[in-house]
Ligand binder design. Structure first.
Ligand SMILES: [Zn+2]
Ligand SMILES: [Zn+2]
Length: 361
């Protein structure tokens, strides 16, 4: 299986994707290249393991999860720079060599049905992500020092996680009985007038860009808190974007998420349709039909900056940042020694105030 690393045409050093310029830079000689220049060097061509390059999504989606197929693959590769063995998880698609630290892209992992349709390249560079992390942690109290020490910040990792993105066009129709009620008095009598309206609505509802995680691994969950992404800004997929980052490929097929996503879309469509019936005193809906007409699926990779941290309580804490929008989320550890000390100081201040108060009484 192919292991790719992108070489600088000037010095043969490793090229990595640079979020600030949306191009590529050589870490050794500092040269910069555009996507077009890298393409021209013939390094970014996606492998066509499936022959014609035409993929049949419906067939690929037959089984919900695909870990069985993934499990049959070898998980050891040779680093093209130093020849050392690179051991990875079955879903890893881009990583670093443990020995020479050069970025490697396991292009075979992203071929055929696993070739992403699109990618949102990192927009936020490492320096910016580090700064944001320190600012975020700085604002929180009682976080243990080890959580934001230098070594920890160096472990900030850029990862591309796989998602299914879904657009659907639905036909909806609604039949309802709506009422206007008017009550008035005349002498001893109270009159109630009820007007009935047969309400009919029908129309097309188009919903787009609903994203759902396509990786089962627990660590993918830390990416959920930084949703949403602006998936309309996604680019055509290129292996080059992965260079210098980690990447995971999907292990959940279309069939594994379709029902859930369709259900969510249906609910939104129903709500939209119901909202069109307004201005009546009461409404009873007899019939509401929603039918998915056209569906469009894309398999995309989304960027996340992450740090995980094992607390003294053995629990894994994490911090993550959306690599496109900068949205942050995290579950931070609490340093109980600091917290107790602060409570103790507070108690001491209260006691002192009490004493001063008592003195002047
Ligand atoms: Zn170079
Ligand atoms: Zn190596």
């Amino acid at each position: 299986m192919a292991v790719v690393s992108f070489k600088c045409p000037n010095c043969d050093g490793e090229l990595i994707f640079d979020p600030s310029s949306q191009g590529y830079k050589c870490e050794y000689c500092g040269s910069r290249f555009s996507q077009g220049q890298l393409d021209a060097s013939g390094q970014t061509k996606a492998p066509s393991a499936d022959g014609g390059g035409v993929r049949d999504r419906t067939e690929a989606a037959a089984g919900g999860t695909e870990s069985a197929a993934a499990g049959q693959e070898a998980v050891a590769y040779r680093c093209p720079s130093c020849g050392a063995e690179i051991v990875t998880d079955t879903t890893t698609a881009a990583s670093f060599c443990y020995y020479c630290h050069n970025p490697v892209v396991l292009s075979g992992r992203l071929s055929g049905e696993y070739l992403p349709d699109k990618i949102i390249p990192f927009r936020i560079a490492r320096e910016e992500a580090e700064k944001a992390f320190l600012e975020y942690v700085g604002k929180k109290k009682f976080v243990p020092g080890a959580f934001f020490c230098k070594r920890q910040i160096e472990s900030l990792t850029g990862v591309y996680f796989p998602y299914w993105v879904y657009d659907v066009e639905m036909d909806g129709s609604l039949h309802a009985d709506a009422r206007h009620i008017r009550i008035w008095r005349s002498g001893e009598l109270e009159y109630t007038e009820t007007r009935h309206y047969a309400v009919e609505r029908s129309g097309k509802v188009c919903l787009s860009n609903l994203a759902e995680r396509a990786l089962q691994k627990a660590n993918a969950k830390l990416a959920e808190g930084v949703m949403p992404y602006r998936s309309d800004e996604a680019k055509e997929f290129h292996m080059g974007y992965l260079s210098g980052f980690l990447a995971e490929r999907r292990d959940i097929g279309q069939a594994g998420v379709r029902e859930k996503m369709l259900g969510e879309m249906r609910q939104s469509a129903e709500r939209l349709l119901r909202e069109t019936v307004s201005g009546y005193d009461s409404v009873s809906i007899h019939n509401l039909h929603i039918k998915a007409e056209k569906e469009n699926w894309s398999y995309m990779l989304f960027p996340v900056w992450t740090i995980t941290y094992k607390g003294r309580d053995g629990k894994i804490y994490y911090y993550s940042m959306n690599g496109q929008t900068g949205k942050v989320c995290g579950e931070l550890p609490v340093d109980y020694v600091r917290l107790t000390l602060a409570s103790f100081l507070l108690a001491a201040v209260v006691l002192a105030l009490g004493l001063v108060g008592g003195y002047f009484l």
